[in-house]
Design a protein around this ligand. Sequence first.
Ligand code: SAH
Length: 569
Amino acid sequence: MMTSSALPAAPALLILGTGSLPVARRLREILPGAEIFGLRGRVEADDVIPCDSFGDTLRLLFGRDRPVVALCAAGIIIRALAPLLGNKRAEPPVLAVAEDGSTVVPLLGGLRGVNTLARQMAAALGCPAAITTSGELRFTLTLEQLPPGFRAANPQDSKRFMSDLLAGVGVRLNGHSDWGADWLTDSRLTDDPDGPLRLTISPEARDATPDELLIRPQVVAVAVTAASADKARSVLARHGFSEQAVACVLTPVEDAGAAAVLALATALDCPQRVTPGGAGFADLPPDLTRYQTDGVTLLVGATPGAVRALGQPRGSVTVIGTGPGNREWMTPAVKAALTAATDVIGYQFYVDLAGPYRPDQVLHTSDNRVELDRARHAFRLAAEGRQVVVVSSGDGGIFAMAAAVLEALEDSADPVWHAVALRVEPGVTAAQAAAARSGAALGHDFCVISLSDNLKPWPVIVNRLDHAAAADLVMAFYNPISKARPWQLAEAFDTVRRHRAPETPVLLGRDIGRPAERVTITTLGEVCPDQVDMRTVVIIGSSHSRTFPRADGKVWLYAPRWYGEKPVK
Ligand code: SAH
C-alpha cells in the first residue's frame, strides 16, 4: 500500500461561538487550505461550514485524519476524542487554542508535526505555544518523526538517541549541509566534533554504527521501464545507494501498472511517478546526476525536493462505497481514499454524504448523469495524474459504479487507462445494514436481486425471482419501485407468493443509516407496493425465517442457521 501520494489534509478550525471567529480567520490565513467549522445556530457566516454537533464533527475530522484546531477548552477536546485514542503514529495533529487567541496548546500528533504547527500559529497570534515535548523545547527537533524526504535507517534508536542528547551527550553532525536537511541546520542542535554520538545524513548503502543515528535523504529517483524494473535494486546496490534513499520510482506512463514496476515500488516503499506517454526520461532536469546501468537510470538530486516531484503522480481511480448513509458505517479504507482524492465523481447526493471536502478537492457531480460517461471521465482525469474517487452509496460493487468503471476500462484500448492504479474498496451494502437492524434477516443463504429493468429485460427478472423463490432463498430486492416502474414490484411479490406462505416475514428498510430511517416488519400476505419506494430495500424471508417479540414491543427477525428440522442442542 502506498500512502506517500496522499496530500496532507488541510487543517479544520472548529469554533463554538462567534466570539472566536476573528481568531479562527487569522489562523486560516496562515494555514493553507484550512476551513472553519462552526456550530449551527451559534455561528452564522458565509465562510463558516455549519455543523450540528461539536463532538461528532471533531471525531469525524479526526477520523478523516485532518489536523484539528479547536478554539475551546482543552478538556472539551480531550473528552470528545478520548474513545478514539490508541495509536500514537496514526493520529493527526490536534490543538486547543484559547478563544481569545491568548495561547496555543498542542495536544496530540507529536509525531505528525503538531509542535511545528503550534509554533507557526502562536507566531501569527503573537502568543505563547504551550510546548511540552522535551526534544522540541531544547533543540526544536523531533527525531522520532522526520520531515518529508528523510527517513531513519535505525528509527528504533531515535528515542534513546534523543534521551542522550537531552542528557547533554555531545553529537557530531555529518552530511547535513550536503543534502538539504535545513531542519537540522536550523535546529538548536550544535555540532560537537568530539562528541561520542553521530548524527549522519547520507544516502549511502551502509548500516548505522553504534551510537549513530543514520538518516537517509530521499534524493534518488529510480527511472525504469517494465523491462528493466527487476534490475533496479541491484543497480542501486552497485552504485552504493541505500534503498531507503529512493524518493520515487519513475516509469513511462504505460509501464506504471506492470507487475515488476509495482513490485519495485512496494519493495522500495515509495510512490510511483510517471513521465507522459513514451517521452522517456530525456526531458528530465539536466542538473540531476545520472547513473545509467542495465536500462535503469538513477537520478540523484542535491536535496529531496529536487527529485520528489519529477514527472507527474501516477493517476488512480478508486471506487468506493460509503455505506448506507451514516459515517460509522464508512470503512477506514474508504475514508483514506476520500482524504487522498484530488477529484471526486458521483451523484450529488452520495458525494455530499461522503463530505466534507477540502477546497483543493474538485467535485464532479454534474458533469453528466450516465454511469458509463462518469466512469470514462474518471479515467480521463486519472490519465492526467489525478487521484480520482468514484463514489457510490452502500457497496460500490453492488448495483453501483464499479461495474461501469470496469466496463469503461475493458472497452478502452488506451494503454494509459490500463496503467491507472484502479482499486475498489468495499462498503456496507443496504441489505446488510437493513438485516442488521432487524436481527439477522440474512442469517442463512440469500440472494440479491435488482428489480430495475432499465438494463435487464423484465422476463429475466421474473425468471430469477421464480427460481430463487423455488430454491427457498431469502431475497433482498434493490431498486424495488419507481415512477417509471410502478407495477413490477406487485408482480414480483405475486411470483414469490406462488412458492411461499402468506406468513413469510418481510422486512422493509427505508433510509437505513440516515436520519429518516424506518424499519417495518410485515408478512408476504400483507405487504403492499405502496409501502415501498426507491429508498427502500425489501427483504423476503425463506420458509424458515422467524420473528419473535422484542422487549421494546417491536420484533426480531432472523433466518436460522439450520435448515429442515431444528437440531437438538
Ligand atoms: N450500491 C448500493 C445499492 C444501489 S441500488 C448498495 O450497495 O447499497 C439503489 C437501491 O439500494 C435503492 O433503490 C434501495 O433499494 C437500496 N438502498 C440503498 N441505500 C439504501 C438505504 N440507506 N436504505 C434502504 N435501501 C437502500
